[in-house]
Unconditional design. Sequence first.
Lengths: 335, 335
Amino acid sequence: MGGFSRRDLLKAALLASTALAIPSMAFANDVPQPLPSWNNGATKASIVDFVTAVTTEGSPDYVAPADRIATFDNDGTLWGEQPMYVQLAFALDRVKAVAANHPEWKNTEPFKSIIAGDLAGMAAAGEKGLMEVLGATHSGMSGEDFTEIATQWIGSARHPKTGRLYTEMVFQPMLELIDYLDANGFKVFIVSGGGMEFMRPWTDRVYGIPSERVVGSSIKAQYDDSGTSPVINRLAEVDFIDDGAGKPVGIYNHIGKRPIAAFGNSDGDFQMLEWTTSGPGRRFGLIVHHDDAAREYAYDRQSHFGRLDRALDAAPQRGWNVVSMKDDWKTIYPQ
Amino acid sequence: MGGFSRRDLLKAALLASTALAIPSMAFANDVPQPLPSWNNGATKASIVDFVTAVTTEGSPDYVAPADRIATFDNDGTLWGEQPMYVQLAFALDRVKAVAANHPEWKNTEPFKSIIAGDLAGMAAAGEKGLMEVLGATHSGMSGEDFTEIATQWIGSARHPKTGRLYTEMVFQPMLELIDYLDANGFKVFIVSGGGMEFMRPWTDRVYGIPSERVVGSSIKAQYDDSGTSPVINRLAEVDFIDDGAGKPVGIYNHIGKRPIAAFGNSDGDFQMLEWTTSGPGRRFGLIVHHDDAAREYAYDRQSHFGRLDRALDAAPQRGWNVVSMKDDWKTIYPQ
């Protein structure tokens, strides 16, 4: 039995109560209400209404479980992205961690600035500098070594403001939303602009989303069996950018089906929401709006990482739900 | 309840008998023995021994369900590949189906030969000609249109020798092997040199393998929201060849974990088997050997599509199992 997760057992209990005609009264008091960290209001009602419609047999909106695909952006949607993307914090820490092996970095930007803790100097190197940093920290090792490095880092790195582990800065209401969809037969995927291999080591533990359901940006990889033991080498060459118009393509490539529900927080998610909600039948789109300066961060439109203009403007006419973190969520982080 | 599959209910019954302490005697007589179409012998014993070892808690070989990744080649491993790859038969049929829209093909090879039913003439155009045929039949439409085309074709096309639907020419012992692994908590994937989008429309129905667990070769795709409704366009440009050394890379990209079991039938599967079985802990590799001229086809080494030299030579020293279709399988196709 130890091989089964809590979720398996819950599912078994739910199924058993139906399929094996065990009186379900014994379980009724134990079944939690969905979305406890969401305030009652239009957004929560809209979520429950959608899930009920597509899972109720005989409903005109019914969707078979195999087609209940839900895709979530990660940065800013499932966890925080301020004051910088977590993966960038990882890259900066890695530069410092391996600087001793790169004496040339003392005189090379943006490495020199990063080592000195000068973020403005780093930013001055622009996108080209950023790509050099990502290349130096994300390639040149085997896939399994990178997984080990990312696993070690995520297990100990802490947010500069809250002092929490980054994995403790996931959004509790979104965890409940993932669980609610999962319990209703959805297949939940991450579709992120972030690096696929940076997320995969911890998404199962933190979100209950296994590695094969994590879609993201990636660099090229190459199989090498010339040594004593074969390895997959990570090359310093971009393979795919899973952002903007890349997200529907990433979905097509990894999932092979159009989602019926999509969740994002920026214009980088626009096309994913558009692709999802323009399909036939009942569809669901949602934007997490960071408007809670007291409990998290408030940033908007031009000030948003990657902007939020187009998606916010389109939301009313396209029927996308806009979550106010301030008003819709009772709590931000897990206890 | 209608949303749950037969497999869900079986799993629920198995879980319920453990987790809810329902006496399991009621089910004992109904539990089928695994692999009924496999003759008792070394290969079957080796499969059962491996699965038992990695699923038995407390066993030194125990593997948690999340890491029980099994990858199967498709052509020649799960279904037949003679007298030609099924996907090539699809492409040739598509050339004929759309020839009326391409009057220029009457004078252009290899299309002219294909329309005339002259396979030798087609073959004379070599790999370049083949790529033109694949481009003309697999790109230039939306992803959803291609899915519809492939679905229609696979629902009616029949094998030239047996007259069966191609989906009825899957190998019954391999279906049982997939079910056996699935029932033991494995996640089963296809990792094929064939086109991902050609397989995905039917793998769930035929193998019980959903689209997101199908890894294969692919062409580039592009999101286009310039029209009234957004589409994903299939471009006439190769994106990834999931064969040979590409298979471990495809696995890394789509699954993100090294498999513990891999199943193939040619040298195109060599690196997948090598990558899988060179990992730490208990591993399993298997090669389907087509040696049954009476019930299927007999072909070997140089005569094999893509050859089988290297994998057969390596099998003994690497501990890979070689299935004799003639001796190990009671039956080839489903009834």
